[in-house]
Design a protein around this ligand. Structure first.
Ligand code: SAH
Length: 248
């Protein structure tokens, strides 16, 4: 069981697999006013940077589940490196339908809401693991500008314009689902660059190290086209943020 190989290649050097910098991740942790000992569940935990740094900086504990074997191994190594392996654990697996044995204070799905079939399904799934009065974190794209055509939406790697909302619409949609938005931290174009542009050097180095690999053609095509496509589409049109929600 694993995710498509292109992600494991292009994002192998990423600690954060989202358009957030380490500073923005720390800002989010501080904004949530986490009490030491709070349990955090993270569905689609990637390389574990959120749980590991929040365990170090804010004293939380918790569990992450991710379908990438590589990212899960990196998360375990990161926990050791930061001295928090006794408090945070990582499971390699499909997070669809995952419910924690013990209820948590924070239940997160940051940039992987398809795990629940979309934002509403992800919230419903996370709510099953959440204590009364707990916080749900959803990381999700929104349109900074509405794409003028479906072609522009596809350039952003969206299936269609209707895949995402504008920011006010996204915030309103959480209300419709019965949740207050109690905090948010948003990506910006510079933090998007850290996520997207960092893939380019990783792909280039991978190509140099793996010239005979069957997969090299695909990585080469992606490296050739990605910078221009990103600058023309996602960088201009796509926003992203993490939204903290509490049930009304
Ligand atoms: N939240 C992390 C990773 C976001 S990228 C971060 O912010 O760094 C999306 C992640 O979802 C990837 O790590 C990918 O491996 C994982 N993923 C995709 N489908 C999944 C599934 N069905 N179950 C668990 N993880 C999944």
């Amino acid at each position: 069981m694993d995710i498509p190989r292109i992600f494991n290649v292009a994002e192998s050097a990423h600690r954060i697999h989202n358009p957030f910098t380490p500073e923005k991740l720390a800002t989010l942790g501080a904004a949530l006013r986490l009490e030491p000992g709070t349990r955090v569940l993270d569905l689609g935990s990637g390389s574990g940077e959120m749980l590991c740094t929040w365990a170090r900086d804010y004293g939380i504990g918790g569990t992450g589940i991710d379908m990438s074997q590589l990212f899960t191994e990196q998360a375990k190594r990161r926990a050791e490196e930061l001295g928090v392996a006794d408090r945070v654990g990582f499971i390699h697996g499909d997070a669809a339908g995952y419910v924690a044995d013990e209820k948590v204070g924070v239940a997160a799905c940051v940039g992987a809401t398809w795990i629940g079939g979309g934002v509403a399904g992800a919230i419903e799934l996370l709510a099953k693991s959440l204590c009364t009065g707990g916080i749900i974190l959803i990381g999700e794209p929104y349109w900074r500008q509405l794409p003028p055509t479906e072609e522009v939406a596809k350039g952003c790697r969206a299936g269609s314009i209707s895949d995402f909302l504008m920011l006010p619409g996204l915030l309103a949609s959480f209300g419709t689902l019965g949740y207050d938005v109690v905090e948010m931290v948003l990506a910006d174009q510079d933090s998007w660059d850290r996520y997207e542009a960092a893939k380019w050097l990783t792909m280039r180095r991978w190509l140099e190290a793996n010239p005979g690999d069957d997969f090299a053609k695909e990585v080469r095509a992606e490296l050739t086209s990605a910078p221009e496509r990103y600058a023309a589409y996602a960088r201009e049109y796509l926003g992203w943020g993490v939204f903290a929600l509490m049930a009304r």
